[in-house]
Design a protein around this ligand. Structure first.
Ligand code: FE
Length: 200
């Protein structure tokens, strides 16, 4: 089945001034759209055509002859997930069961935020920072390029794109400022909490 790029869950100017309309024009409209198109072209007429994209990601991971399919599938999926991880008026702190779990597994919300910031700023080159549920425990991880937690059996709860295309128009080389702003003003904790409820 072909993978359809989901509509953005908000208007392209909804995250301004933290992420500009121009960034979303390029990031959603060009980069993400291109991954989706390339993925669909690559799997057309293959055994993967009939599979959900999450299964394709797991099936082709580590197969050096299918790196192109993996990269475009994972980038298509990662971006669809990332858009939902942000909202207008986001940021702040989680509440309820998710907050209790973060406090239990990281020590405090602030310690989680420090780990997440370190993952995002410390990922050398392109990649992603994640909050995942791994065998019942919350963990912060980072992945290189297109890689994501799905093939490790981890459940992604939150992600942040740290490829330069995610922030360069708004923050230039200052990735730490983008990472801080993501936590302070953009995270959609309702989405993260729903992912946690579904996985727990
Ligand atoms: Fe991106």
């Amino acid at each position: 089945m072909s993978y359809e790029q989901p509509a953005l869950p908000y208007a392209k100017n909804a995250l301004a001034p933290y992420i500009s309309e121009q960034t979303l024009e390029f990031h959603y409209g060009k980069h993400h759209a291109s991954y989706v198109t390339k993925y669909n072209n690559m799997v057309q007429g293959t055994e993967y055509d009939s599979k959900p994209i999450e299964e394709v990601i797991k099936a082709v991971y580590g197969d050096s002859s299918k790196t192109g399919i993996f990269n475009n599938a994972a980038q298509a999926w990662n971006h669809s997930f990332y858009w939902n991880c942000m909202k207008s008026g986001g940021g702040g702190t989680p509440t309820g069961a998710l907050a209790d779990k973060i406090n239990a597994d990281f020590g405090s919300i602030d310690k989680f935020k420090e780990e997440f910031k370190t993952a995002g700023t410390g990922q050398f080159g392109s990649g992603w920072a994640w909050l995942v549920l791994d065998n019942g425990t919350l963990k912060v991880t980072k992945t290189l390029n297109a890689e994501n937690p799905l093939h490790k059996g981890q459940t992604p709860l939150l992600t942040m794109d740290v490829w330069e295309h995610a922030y360069y128009l708004d923050y230039q080389n200052k990735r730490p400022d983008y990472v801080q702003t993501f936590l302070d003003s953009l995270v959609n904790w309702d989405f993260v909490a729903a992912n946690y409820q579904a996985a727990a």
